[in-house]
Design a protein. Sequence first.
Length: 305
Amino acid sequence: MPFLKQDIEEFLDYLSVERGLSKNTRDSYRRDLTKYEQFLKKRRIEKSEQIAKELIASYMGHLKSHGLAATSVSHNLSAIRVFHRFLVRDGRVKGDPSGMIESPKLWKRVPDVLTDAEIVRLIEASKGETPQLIRDYAILEFLYATGMRVSELVNLTMDQIHFESGFVRCFGKGKKERLIPVGKKALEALKKYCTRARPKLMKRTTSVVFLNRAGRGLNEGGLTRQFIWQMIRRYARLAGLTKTIKPHIVRHSFATHLLAHGADLRSVQEMLGHADIATTQIYTHVETSRLKTVHQEYHPRGRLR
């Protein structure tokens, strides 16, 4: 088996065993990387270490010349980048030739996001010890930890949360189910809410997680999407944030921050529940700041010394 083909197979095994990605996601990677391997094979490239950035740039041009949309070209480039990062981490090659290949320009509107520090200020503004404040803090932590849609959060039931494994089972658009990891801070906030606040708010037996003052969930006239949106705006004002706060700003920030800190596009797509990776692609505007940082760090005249 040619070395490049073997590397691709072992990368796909890594996605399955170590990353736990779904079969659909692995199949998507396989399709993209098989086309990539076939292109390289025609140019007599059979080993991963032979791949240079010029070849990847040529492949991007090849895809464009065959009429692929910018979103589809970006889709392919994302798969190639994750593959090459795997090769470097696994010690199979010394460098990543895909890192400085520019993504095609996408003309979708870039979503408004909060910075890491602004998210912290927003969440901290809700801190308190009343049942309502404990609830609000848990909601904000949970929204930022999972990237869930507000509509998904208000419909959340207790049996969807798996505290021991640290996952939430979410039902998105079209009732499609997905599992989302939940970080430690959000789990702690949720446990505190469920043990100290929810019992005080609950006036009748209900499986809905987040309740209003009357102890009602969404289907009982309780918390609504509008309530959550107003709540986020209220805490943004208390935190002194001057940005325009829109309903999905926490979800947009979740995705942007993951990508900015090195997460791959397809994993973010799975967590967000996007059917089309092109929808997730709008968050890659953070790559411009990453490239600027790389340039300043490694270019001989990139910064004053």
